[in-house]
Design a protein around this ligand. Structure first.
Ligand code: SF4
Length: 216
């Protein structure tokens, strides 16, 4: 039977870094249509069939048990807004009563707007990957500069209406020069800080056979 939890292929029970200033748990939603060469979650993003889905009941029971010790739940990816059943998943976790932060690359502003309007998300953390002009290279030719600029114009307009609900962050990947980083700062409206994240080189993506051996 189809369940929005089929898309959830990772769970961090406690994280001190995924929601600045909060102790959170993190659900990782599989799948991403982009092909960023620096992707840190490449198995989750592109080869999620190698990862087992989470057990909904066990995960919710664990979160419920620790509800008072957690400040929030992060829904990350992959790219969660590319998951067809994201709303159903968020409705399910809403019953926990935990604030929810959604991590996104910003590629679906209309969906973000709807999620915020429905109260399914409290905070949105949007990745700014670099200058708009460099998006084709930074996303493996998955996103054009023009499209990204238009998406972000819409996101910034939304964020100005609800500034307390938005975070913008940029990872200092090796492809970005100092000029690029300065351009990122210029692209994001001045009223928002940019949260700079250090780049940690991803581990090589295992071959399917290697993966099966290490996870059997
Ligand atoms: S948008 Fe994020 S999840 Fe998707 S490929 Fe790029 S880094 Fe990976």
């Amino acid at each position: 039977m189809s369940s929005p939890w089929n898309a959830v292929r990772g769970f961090e029970r406690v994280s001190l870094c995924d929601w600045p200033g909060r102790v959170s748990a993190v659900l990782f939603v599989a799948g991403c249509p982009w092909r960023c060469p620096t992707c840190h979650n490449a198995v989750l993003a592109w080869r999620a069939h190698l990862l087992a889905p989470l057990d909904r009941e066990a995960t919710l029971a664990d979160l419920r048990r620790r509800r008072l010790w957690l400040d929030g739940l992060v829904v990350s990816g992959g790219e969660p807004t590319a998951a067809p059943e994201l709303e159903a998943l968020l409705e399910d976790v809403a019953r926990l009563g935990l604030p929810v932060k959604l991590d996104t690359n910003g590629s679906d502003p209309a969906r973000l707007e709807a999620l915020l309007a429905a109260g399914l998300v409290d905070t949105v953390a949007v990745d700014v990957k670099g200058p708009w002009s460099r998006y084709p290279e930074l996303t493996g030719q998955a996103a054009s500069s023009e499209a990204v600029e238009a998406w972000f114009a819409r996101i910034f307009a939304m964020a100005k209406q609800k500034p307390q609900q938005f975070l913008f962050r940029c990872t200092r990947v090796p492809q970005l020069t100092e000029e690029d980083l300065a351009q990122v700062r210029k692209q994001v409206p001045e009223m928002f800080p940019v949260h700079w994240q250090e780049f940690i080189p991803p581990r090589p993506i295992p071959l399917e056979t290697e993966y099966a051996q290490t996870h059997s």
